[in-house]
Design a protein around this ligand. Structure first.
Ligand SMILES: Cc1cc2nc3c(=O)[nH]c(=O)nc-3n(C[C@H](O)[C@H](O)[C@H](O)COP(=O)(O)O)c2cc1C
Length: 486
């Protein structure tokens, strides 16, 4: 046999062995789904920085998550070295740049480990004396993403990871599936489709809600008014996606298109919203909140006014920034409808603080906040809990392929295609999710300590500065017109 035939045989045998290894290993969804060629992604990732430095983009350019931001999530999730060498490559004089003013004497907290809890500083449901009021033990939680927009193994990985990390997991508006029942405590989200809490005609059903949460570890309920990526829009779940399992979970008919209207059918004004929240809280004993992106401000002023005069209403308010993610949305909505997180949140916080009820409400925030700097700025503005959605997706294997809307997600995170979801091993990825959440909390505590306090919710107002120009800075609170007494 000629020598080249021997070489060919050896190469073929090695390729077969590699294919078997790729298909059976459970660490990398990409390799399970795309054996052999999937390795190119890792090779390119390795040499990418060097190539990009000369040819394509730099570390901070890509959106929605830059290479540095993704690297933070990936390395945290894998417990790898997340340090950066040689000093910053950022332009510190660029407008919008954040500077933290550290204390001369850092807080002498006992050395924290990454497994430590980092509780919120307020009691959820405490101000309205809800029967099941509690203090969430992790100020980082998983923001709403439904079963349907994410795959079954992704939901399972996130739920199991939430259990390990001791953080809350928001179901998203698609109801509570079996994949949500792996020990991670839930926030049950109810959207305009009332999935998991609806009558056959699509109206809200309290009985169905009580059935859905019976025996499940649901610790709070969130009423969704809107989300940052597509506020003011309803949703359509095409007939083809309404599998028997999804139909059962959502309480709809198999194989029939489901439309979620843009507005709720249980209330159509602020007084009705407050009454609806109270009704659910009375029936369930749970803290009840609302989630919304920020648009016209009259709503928030009226809500704060109504809540103060009736001493009732949402126990928590989740603000989603216009920069938030979604499974699918039309471009003008993704890009142009709703205020960006900081401006939107500040307006809402001011509406509540002006009426002195800001301490009675737990403020949750989401919108590109799952990174230490962004989270710390949000906390300094009055946010009590940090929601992470796409960062959680990255932690369980997402590579920002931006194919959530067409079912072709190559990592099996945001698709229902069984050929692709088989690559995602929930056991391995649950640990990654938990590692990422724990690392984010750990980084926040380290930042707080550097600023002289023990908890990131207690950093001094003047410690967070934002750059206006190459020669001027202001504090974040001054910029957003916060009264120093708040
Ligand atoms: C795939 C996907 C599905 C989502 N589904 C929901 C949902 O069902 N309900 C909701 O209120 N927000 C939903 N969101 C928005 C997130 O909960 C979150 O508010 C937003 O993405 C901002 O957080 P992030 O920047 O950490 O992703 C979804 C986001 C993504 C990426």
């Amino acid at each position: 046999m000629p020598w080249w035939l021997w070489v060919l045989i050896v190469v073929l045998v090695l390729l077969v062995l590699l294919t078997i290894y790729d298909l059976t290993q459970k660490k990398h969804a990409i390799l399970r789904n795309f054996p052999v060629i999937g390795h190119f992604r890792y090779i390119l990732e390795k040499v990418g920085p060097e190539l990009r430095q000369y040819i394509v983009t730099d570390n901070d350019e890509e959106r929605p998550f830059s290479r540095n931001e993704r690297r933070f999530v990936y390395s945290s999730a894998k417990k790898e070295n997340s340090y950066f060498g040689f000093g910053t490559d950022s332009d510190l004089l660029e407008p919008g740049y954040i500077h933290f003013r550290h204390a001369a004497f850092p807080h002498p907290s006992p050395p924290k480990t990454e497994a430590d809890d980092l509780p919120m500083l307020k009691v959820l449901g405490g101000a309205h004396n809800r029967a099941r009021a509690f203090t969430p033990q992790s100020l980082v939680y998983i923001s709403a993403m439904s079963y349907g927009s994410l795959s079954a193994p992704a939901i399972e990985a996130i739920n199991r990871g939430s259990k390990i990390a001791g953080c809350l997991h928001n179901t998203g508006e698609g109801g509570i599936s079996d994949h949500h029942k792996h020990g991670g405590p839930l926030i049950f989200q109810i959207g305009t489709g009332y999935f998991g809490a609806r009558n056959p005609d699509g109206t809200f059903s309290m009985d169905r809600l009580l059935e859905s949460i019976d025996g499940v570890d649901v610790q709070a309920i969130e009423l969704k008014l809107s989300q940052g990526a597509k506020p003011g829009l309803g949703g359509v779940l095409p007939a083809a996606k309404v599998t028997p399992e999804i139909a059962r979970v959502r309480g709809v008919e198999v194989g029939v298109t489901v439309n979620s209207p843009a507005q709720h059918r249980s209330f159509d004004d602020v007084a009705g919203l407050v009454s609806f929240v109270e009704e659910i809280a009375q029936e369930t004993g749970l803290p009840v909140g609302i989630k919304s992106a920020v648009g016209q401000l009259a709503f928030w002023n009226e809500l704060a006014h109504e809540m103060r005069s009736r001493d009732a209403g949402p126990d928590f308010v989740t603000i989603d920034g216009g920069e938030g993610g979604t499974g699918a949305a039309p471009l003008p909505f993704s890009d142009h409808v709703a205020m960006p997180f900081r401006e939107g949140f500040a307006s809402v916080y001011r509406a509540f603080a002006d009426r002195s009820i800001h301490n009675d409400v737990v403020f949750l925030g989401a919108g590109h906040l799952g990174l230490p700097t962004e989270a710390q700025v949000a906390l300094s503005m009055g946010v009590d809990g940090i929601g992470v959605a796409r960062e959680a997706m990255l932690a369980v294997g997402c590579i920002q392929a931006q194919k959530c809307h067409n079912g072709h997600c190559p990592t099996g995170v945001a698709t229902q295609n069984p050929r692709l979801t088989r690559g995602l091993d929930p056991t391995d990825k649950s640990v990654r999710l938990a590692n990422y959440v724990a690392t984010l909390r750990h980084e926040l505590v380290r930042l707080a300590n550097a600023m002289g306090v023990d908890h990131p919710g207690r950093i001094p107002h003047e410690a967070v500065e934002i750059r206006l120009s190459a020669t001027e800075t202001t504090t974040v609170r001054e910029l957003y017109d916060y009264d120093p007494r708040w």
